[in-house]
Write a protein that binds this ligand. Structure first.
Ligand SMILES: Nc1ncnc2c1ncn2[C@@H]1O[C@H](COP(=O)(O)OP(=O)(O)O)[C@@H](O)[C@H]1O
Ligand SMILES: [Mg+2]
Length: 253
C-alpha cells in the first residue's frame, strides 16, 4: 500500500466579506497533485472570490492557505506565482496595449545577461516572442499579426492566450476560472486537451466551469459552493449529474 498523497494546496476555513456580503464563509478544501478539482456553484456563490484569494488578489479575512503543507502569505499575485500558483482569471487580466508575447512575460520578462540584477538586464524580446509563439502554435489559435496588440483580438483568442500563458508557467497549481466560456467548440477542445496535459504533468488543476459535460469528462472531484459556503463534495459521473445539479442549486433537502 502506498501512503495517501498529501495535498498540494490546502485552504482552511476561509472567510471573505465585501461590506455586508459574505462572499466566503468557512470554506475548506484540498487539491492534489495530478488531479482536476472542479469548483461548482451558481453565479455569485463565491468561486471567483475563492480563487482570487488563492491567487493573491484578495486577502482572506480569516482562514489559512497552505502549499505542500506549509503556510504561505499570499500578499500579491506575484507572491502566489512564486509559490507555484498560476491562474487564468475569468476577467482575463490581459493588457490591451501589449502583444500576446508581451502579455505572456509581463512581470517575468526574459532578460540578459543573466548575471546582472533583473532591473539592469536588457529584455530578450526575441526569446520571449519565440516562446510565446511556440505555445500559441500548440493551441492552434489563429491570431491576427503577432505584433498586433491584444485589444484587436476576440474573446476566444484572448482566453486562449491566457490559458496558454498559464500552461507555460505552470509549476504546481493551475487555476482556470471559466476558461472555455468565450470559446467555440474547436477552441474549447484545445483547452480541455491542455487541462489533461497539465494534470498529466503533475499539476493540481482547479477548474471552474458551468459546463457539466466538461466536469464529467475531466474532473476527478468536485467541490460545490452555495452562497459562499461549501455544501458538498463528490465524484462527478454521468449517473450522478442530477444530484450534482441539485446540490448546486440547493434543490435537495
Ligand atoms: N470586488 C468585490 N467587491 C464587492 N463584492 C464582490 C466583489 N467580488 C465579488 N463580490 C461579491 O461576492 C459574491 C461572490 O462573487 P463571485 O466570487 O464573483 O461569485 P462566482 O464567481 O461564484 O460567480 C457576489 O455577491 C459578488 O457580488
Ligand atoms: Mg466567477
Amino acid at each position: 500500500m502506498t501512503e495517501p498523497a498529501a495535498p498540494v494546496l490546502t485552504v482552511i476555513r476561509a472567510h471573505k466579506r465585501f461590506g455586508a456580503v459574505n462572499a466566503l464563509q468557512d470554506v475548506s478544501l484540498e487539491a492534489y497533485q495530478g488531479e482536476v478539482l472542479a469548483l461548482l456553484s451558481d453565479n455569485g456563490a463565491g468561486k471567483s472570490t475563492l480563487i482570487k484569494c488563492i491567487s493573491g488578489i484578495h486577502a482572506l479575512d480569516e482562514g489559512e492557505i497552505l502549499i505542500d503543507g506549509e503556510h504561505v502569505a499570499l500578499h500579491s499575485a506575484a507572491a502566489a506565482r512564486q509559490a507555484g500558483i498560476e491562474t487564468v482569471y475569468q476577467d482575463l487580466a490581459l493588457f490591451d496595449n501589449l502583444t500576446p508575447a508581451q502579455n505572456f512575460f509581463c512581470g517575468r520578462e526574459i532578460g540578459f545577461p543573466k548575471w546582472l540584477p533583473l532591473g539592469l538586464r536588457v529584455l530578450d524580446s526575441r526569446a520571449m516572442e519565440r516562446q510565446a509563439e511556440e505555445v500559441i502554435e500548440r493551441l492552434r489559435v489563429r491570431l491576427p499579426r503577432k505584433d498586433a496588440t491584444v485589444a484587436l483580438m476576440s474573446g476566444g483568442q484572448r482566453q486562449a492566450i491566457a490559458v496558454a500563458r498559464a500552461t507555460v508557467f505552470a509549476r504546481k497549481v493551475v487555476i482556470l476560472d471559466e476558461p472555455t466560456a468565450a470559446l467555440g467548440l474547436r477552441e474549447s477542445r484545445k483547452v480541455l486537451d491542455l487541462i489533461v496535459q497539465l494534470k498529466a504533468e503533475g499539476n493540481a488543476v482547479i477548474l471552474i466551469t458551468h459546463n457539466m459535460e466538461h466536469v464529467i469528462e475531466l474532473a476527478d472531484r468536485a467541490v460545490v459552493l452555495r452562497q459562499g459556503r461549501k455544501v458538498g463534495q463528490l465524484k462527478p459521473r454521468r449517473d450522478n449529474q442530477q444530484h450534482m445539479v441539485a446540490m448546486i442549486v440547493g434543490a435537495e433537502g
